[in-house]
Design a protein around this ligand. Structure first.
Ligand SMILES: [Zn+2]
Length: 80
């Protein structure tokens, strides 16, 4: 008779603490991924579409006329 009430009283507690630790870990990972996602979204929100091809580019790659390096090349290179 090992299924005594005593065993049942202890077991749920252990499962409870294990569950809590896992939840805690998940919350930490969720918080971290939310931070990473936020940083990525912030960077992407700074991206501007090229005035010529509409491709989103980081602002440091866009020239004064909001054109990406590929589109700012002389047109003869792209046409032929
Ligand atoms: Zn372009």
């Amino acid at each position: 008779m090992w299924q005594s009430p005593g065993h049942f009283a202890v077991k749920p507690r252990r499962v409870g603490t294990l569950l809590w630790q896992r939840l805690h870990e998940t919350a930490l990972i969720n918080a971290l991924s939310a931070l990473i996602k936020g940083a990525r979204e912030m960077r992407q929100s700074r991206y501007r579409p090229c005035a010529s091809c509409g491709e989103k580019q980081p602002p440091e790659l866009l020239f004064g006329d909001q054109v990406c390096p590929a589109c700012s090349e002389p047109q003869t290179y792209r046409v032929h």
